[in-house]
Design a binder for this molecule. Structure first.
Ligand code: NAP
Length: 280
């Protein structure tokens, strides 16, 4: 049995062991996956320990994703662009850092019937998750990406990172959101507004009325399964999906990296969803 785990602090809430073990079983792989609490100051120490203990790899969540960037031996193109690593493979003592957040998001978006190529997209938020989302949307050929964020310079920095003027920062107040939503095909919520255990909700959801009739709303949040944003979008007859797909697909791609081979993604995603359903 080859060992895998997820590291983070806190880590108790992580769904990764449940998802990964379900997929490992479905794929018939020889891995065992658990969770380890590793403090933020200990990323480098953990990397050495993981090699010594014979780990085949690990996933990383807060606060290690950025710390790992300068520590791994080889960085994938996505990880280098996002300056974030969520998957580390260890082969013959060498460490390979990947980020599967962007590809996971892109696959989940397509699965939800929201193909971004040539589309106008409104992204709400400019934090860590928004970075992978915005950069992947730019890469996937979105025609316009409006990034609305409460803290203006964070949105401006994120748009600059894309290296294209198709991404434009904007404010987060009600009137500005309405302007930015006008004629948009897809809205992606990357803020924590509406998330279980986090104070704060959207003050006003009237910007959803400005979207085109065939538009879709993707909320990165999956707990609760239906946020107020998704509820309102559904009432308006828009396509909706929560962040479960992104969570599941970033895990599928991580497992492909660990296994070093392409796997049956749809079957693995189905196994992960089943495990998650069984839990609630
Ligand atoms: P983060 O880096 O802390 O960013 C939080 C974002 O929310 C920032 O843009 C922040 O704006 C905004 N925000 C927070 N409170 C706000 C308020 N009261 N009003 C307006 N904006 C507010 O967090 P993150 O890691 O990007 O995560 C964001 C969300 O995505 C979380 O709900 C997380 O669970 C979810 N997520 C889901 C997946 C998945 O697989 N489905 C993956 C990653 C993250 P400022 O810049 O102004 O602070």
């Amino acid at each position: 049995m080859r060992r895998l785990c997820v590291i983070g602090d806190p880590i108790e809430h992580s769904k990764s062991p449940l998802i990964q073990n379900a997929m490992i079983e479905a794929a018939g792989l020889d891995f065992v996956y658990d969770a380890r609490r590793v403090a933020g100051a200990d990323t480098a120490r953990w990397l050495e320990q993981a090699k010594k203990e014979g780990y085949a790899g690990f996933n990383a969540t807060m606060p290690h994703k950025e710390h790992l960037v300068p520590l791994v031996d080889v960085l994938s193109a996505d990880a280098a662009q996002y300056r974030s690593v969520n998957t580390v493979c260890i082969r013959e003592g060498k460490t390979y850092g990947h980020s599967t957040d962007g590809v996971g998001f892109a696959q989940a978006l397509r699965e939800a019937g929201m193909e971004p190529e040539g589309k106008r997209v409104l992204v709400l938020g400019a934090g860590g998750a928004a970075k992978a989302v915005v950069l992947k949307l730019a890469q996937a050929g979105a025609a316009r990406i409006a990034v609305a964020n409460r803290t203006a310079d964070r949105a401006a920095r994120l748009c600059a990172l894309t290296g294209t003027d198709r991404a434009q920062p904007g404010p987060f107040d009600t009137e500005a959101l309405k302007r930015q939503a006008e004629g948009a095909h897809i809205v992606v919520n990357c803020t924590s507004l509406g998330m279980t255990g986090v104070a704060g909700q959207f003050e006003d959801l009237s910007f959803l009325r400005e979207l085109g009739a065939d538009a879709g709303v993707y909320d990165l949040i999956y707990s609760p399964a239906k946020t107020a944003l998704l509820e309102r979008a559904e009432q308006l007859g828009l396509k909706t999906a929560n962040g479960l797909g992104m969570l599941v697909w970033q895990g599928v791609y991580a497992l492909e990296h660990f296994a070093g081979t392409k796997l049956d993604g749809a079957a693995l995603a189905a196994a992960a969803r089943k495990a998650l359903e069984g839990e609630t």
